[in-house]
Design a protein around this ligand. Sequence first.
Ligand code: SAM
Length: 302
Amino acid sequence: MARYNTPLRYPGGKQKLTPFVVDVIERNNLSGCQYVEPYAGGAGVAMELLMDDVVSSVYLNDFTYPVYAFWKTIKYDPDFLCARILSASLTVEEWLKRREIVRNPEMHSLQEVAYSFFYLNRCNRSGVVGGGLIGGLQQNGTWKMDARFSRNDLIGRVERIAKKADRIFVSNMDAEAFIEAYTPPKGVDAFFYFDPPYIGRSARLYLNDYSPEDHKRLAVSIQASRHKNWIVSYDYDARIVDYYVKQKQFEYQLQYNAAAVYKGRELFIFSDCLHIPESTSFRPINDVLNPPIPAPSLFATD
Ligand SMILES: C[S@@+](CC[C@H](N)C(=O)[O-])C[C@H]1O[C@@H](n2cnc3c(N)ncnc32)[C@H](O)[C@@H]1O
């Protein structure tokens, strides 16, 4: 099984896509850019790109406060996380306490919320924060709550990321407000990867979800934005194809594991100015790449 750099397990985590994102970045001469994820979540791709120095820095934005708290603590206080991981008490009583903190974050410090979120992420089924404890409250399942809590490995990941902390930027904004507010560092290109909550089946996977209306409005915001280099990914859905009908769109098959293993049909949408890597084996969805040959103009001059 592949080993990843992000310490978070994430439903729909996209780290498997890293080779494809690297292809897009290289094909468009964007190596060394600032890589921006307005829906960062587990930041699977961002951490791979940062560790391999494909990009100069990563900007992680997420509207869910505990997710933001986690990345902010990795950047500014990784020792706190490492100490907590080392001494973690993996009991049902502790899990109930951590769940209470994530449910009431305003009553606790940012670091405490960060660690509690991380704890639930590692101890819950499929990493779903609103989901149940691995092995159940009676701990009588085949797998127990410590099954995904390998202390040394997780501390190693936090420490490796922390070494590059000055190249990580974090914020806690609604993605549409973030698109408006974001400016790349001087002299550096920005490359955006938008990975919004799913349209078809996201309910309860994340702490913040989107309605179909939200997805439609987001499509308008992205396509009207002043940013040039962006890709968007979605679970395949005819509404999304429609919202981005003027853009290049491709379908890709990705294997997920959220409760049960299944293959997802993933849709990728590209901004106008991005070149598609030649190696891509994606199936084009729309005709933007193969436009119909125009009928001869009545006003042709030759
Ligand atoms: C599909 S997940 C991103 C997964 C990520 N690409 C990865 O590989 O781990 C979507 C993320 O969007 C966040 N989110 C939901 N609504 C948001 C909003 N309005 N603005 C910004 N982030 C939001 C959720 O907290 C969740 O972490």
